[in-house]
Design a binder for this molecule. Sequence first.
Ligand SMILES: Cc1cc2nc3c(=O)[nH]c(=O)nc-3n(C[C@H](O)[C@H](O)[C@H](O)COP(=O)(O)OP(=O)(O)OC[C@H]3O[C@@H](n4cnc5c(N)ncnc54)[C@H](O)[C@@H]3O)c2cc1C
Length: 305
Amino acid sequence: MQEQLLDVAIVGGGPAGLNAALVLGRARKNVAVIDEGRPRNAVTRESHGFLTRDGISPSEFRRVAKEQIAAYPSVSFVADTAVSVAGADGHFQITTATGQSFASRKLLFAVGMKDQPLNIPGLTEVYGKSAFVCPYCDGWELRDQPLAVINRGAEVMHFAALISGWTDRFTICTNGPDELTEEQREELRRHRVPLYDAPIRSIVSNEGIVRQVVLEDGTAVSCSGIFFKPELAIGSELPRALGCKLTELGSVEADMLGKTNVPGVYSAGDAASRMHQVVAAASMGALAAAAMNNELNVEAWSRNG
Ligand SMILES: Cc1cc2nc3c(=O)[nH]c(=O)nc-3n(C[C@H](O)[C@H](O)[C@H](O)COP(=O)(O)OP(=O)(O)OC[C@H]3O[C@@H](n4cnc5c(N)ncnc54)[C@H](O)[C@@H]3O)c2cc1C
């Protein structure tokens, strides 16, 4: 039996891939969403900042999304890992870890970003519970609390000004040489922000709530929350394998509609942006879907005319 040629194969079923599927389903396109179900925010209990969904758990967000998309029968969900992609605009082939294969005219990579292993003892225990990466996502819950900011270099200055909107009780731990200029240190002193550059020995916590950041020199920084800079990598090597250009941060280079340098290949969400937020990912998924749908309709119009 001949394999069905899908209109769009979506690799990744987070907010970006799911919103793309919704828009494409409503546009009557045949779509498969291939998702292995390992989103980056699986560590959190609550996701914030998405209008009508503030505080929802990431798994409930996906459940409701899938329930609503189920109203559009041309969209199917495949719980699997895409392991290879080949082909070109008009006919891509995707194979999965369990040996399924799909063919599609267009391809959307909505593969997210993934955390590299956290190398500070004790950080894994608090990540997503009282240690976070983005104040827009979790700053409100930690407002006015004593916090530790783990970061170094010029970014520290940017983050210090940013986090001061949520609390003025924060300490910077650079976990090794601070990589700051004397001017920058002086600026922190003027703002009465403590700065420690000793390496971090461990993070002491109780049931996921951080109590202290303990440094190698014996200093113990008491705090009830942490913001830190994570090390990230793109969620899948497939975009690179297909020839998509990547940015210096390792995300896919894409225009405002998610279009990559490879014809017919789009990318959306964290994998194609510096703004790592659910609402931004969903919005990019919707835009990429509209752009792919437009290409598909124009191509079909010319084929049939
Ligand atoms: C601790 C933490 C807290 C956060 N809190 C918030 C918050 O409160 N509010 C907010 O707006 N944002 C928050 N975020 C950011 C938010 O999680 C991301 O912006 C959002 O999930 C990005 O959506 P996405 O669809 O791009 O990627 P993801 O949600 O990461 O989904 C990508 C999906 O693609 C799948 N995938 C990857 N490769 C393959 C493959 N080869 N085959 C099949 N499937 C594949 C993954 O398994 C995953 O399911 C938080 C992030 C973290 C880490």
